[in-house]
Write a new protein. Structure first.
Length: 318
């Protein structure tokens, strides 16, 4: 079967039909079902819940009570289950009423960066419904190019490609993407990055994050500094008064260049970016993706190029 120029298998067709069904339901019902699924995940299907508990414990330790740490893990399960369910409504973002669920008081920052045409790296983290935020940006006319890794499920991969195509997200190939990113920057357009997760050695540098030694992608700082471009940090979180509403925040990230070499300046600004993302996570811990092996370098540092000033952190055991 072909749809929007794409060849689809049966699984993709089922996901499209499910998307149409979910899009017809009241948003309160959809979000309520997502929250319920999050509680089922937390209490009854504990896939990666143990890992999330370990991550929360090693970051917060004795600074929070056991009930407070449990609330973070439970909230994370609820937030991400709701995000998955909301994902089936993504095609509905083209409707004004659906777009209105996202309040974006800082959107002018992105529009100004677009108008300056210097090339902009748009950086985000896995916090709340960041896919909806990306769709919001492209529907409002931002020329945003994003690198997406292939999903293991072909059905899910094809479905999400259709959703991104419909909402105007411009995709870049996940392999040999450096030249493609440089071309986008040279045209004065935007490239999106999510840099809060573990990265393989050949694509990362070692920095500090959440009190641990981690691998981090230097790509946003590197490409923006090389091109004389800009960097804007964006993130979203749910309204505490109405869980169907999202707050979309954007802030200019001003580069510092205190060192003589590009390599040192890239590392300096990558660490600064990590520090800012850490602050955001601490402000909204229940909405970050804790279900990820973020601290692989800290737990197995052999073979990694760890800066001397970070070595003492390795004494912190999980």
């Amino acid at each position: 079967m072909r749809f929007l120029g794409c060849s689809l298998n049966l699984g993709s067709v089922i996901l499209i039909l499910l998307s149409k069904f979910v899009s017809m339901l009241p948003i309160g019902l959809v979000v309520g079902f997502g929250r319920l699924m999050g509680l089922v995940w937390y209490y009854l299907i504990p896939i990666r819940v143990g890992l999330a508990r370990q991550n929360v414990e090693r970051v917060y330790g004795d600074s929070l009570s056991q009930s407070e740490k449990a609330a973070i893990v439970r909230g994370s399960c609820v937030s991400w289950a709701t995000t998955v369910v909301e994902g089936f409504r993504m095609p509905k973002l083209l409707e004004p009423a659906e777009l209105a669920r996202m309040d974006a008081p800082d959107f002018h920052i992105l529009e100004a960066a677009k108008d300056r045409k210097k090339g902009t790296c748009v950086v985000t983290l896995h916090l709340s419904n960041f896919e909806m935020m990306v769709g919001y940006m492209t529907i409002h006319g931002l020329p945003l190019h994003v690198i997406y890794r292939d999903l293991k499920s072909k059905s899910a991969h094809d479905f999400w490609n259709l959703v991104r195509k419909k909402t105007g997200v411009l995709t870049l190939p996940p392999r040999r993407s450096k030249e493609a990113i440089r071309e986008v920057m040279q045209k004065g357009e935007m490239v999106g990055f999510a840099v809060d997760q573990h990265m393989p050695k050949y694509r990362s540098i070692v920095c500090q994050f959440l009190g641990h030694v981690v691998s981090t992608s230097p790509a946003p700082s590197k490409f923006a500094l090389e091109a004389g471009g800009e960097l804007v940090l964006v993130y979203t979180y749910r309204s505490k008064k109405d869980y169907t509403k999202h707050i979309f925040k954007a802030e200019n990230f001003k580069f510092e260049t205190p060192f003589e070499t590009m390599k040192e300046n890239v590392r300096h600004n990558t660490q600064r970016l990590n520090d800012r993302m850490e602050q955001i996570i601490h402000a909204h811990p229940e909405e970050w993706l804790w279900h990820h092996k973020r601290f692989k370098v800290h737990d197995a540092p052999d073979g990694w190029d760890i800066p001397e000033e970070l070595v003492p952190l390795l004494s912190k055991k999980p």
